[in-house]
Design a protein around this ligand. Structure first.
Ligand SMILES: [Zn+2]
Length: 84
């Protein structure tokens, strides 16, 4: 199951290729990891518009990273995902 990850919005477990990765770096910075190669802890969201558009609404990253995440961070990530 090593190539499977859970979407932080819908909770479904999928192959990594069907998910976007969001990374939390050691510095605490949270960013959209387009290549899936950034170090640090990762959280995943489905590539479907339904899930990736609900990232902020679902507050899924808070649970995954166990930290408070400001709206601006969610907005920045949603915007970067939207532009891919
Ligand atoms: Zn999902």
């Amino acid at each position: 199951m090593k190539n499977f990850r859970k979407c932080v919005v819908c909770g479904e477990v999928k192959e990594k290729s069907g998910l976007f990765r969001i990374a939390r770096q050691k510095t605490g910075e949270i960013l959209f990891d387009q290549q899936g190669k950034e170090p640090g802890r990762g959280a995943y969201v489905c590539r479907d518009a339904a899930c990736r558009g609900k990232l902020k609404k679902a507050r899924g990253l808070e649970r995954s990273f166990r930290t408070r995440i400001p709206d601006e961070v969610y907005e920045r990530i949603e915007k970067s995902i939207h532009e891919t």
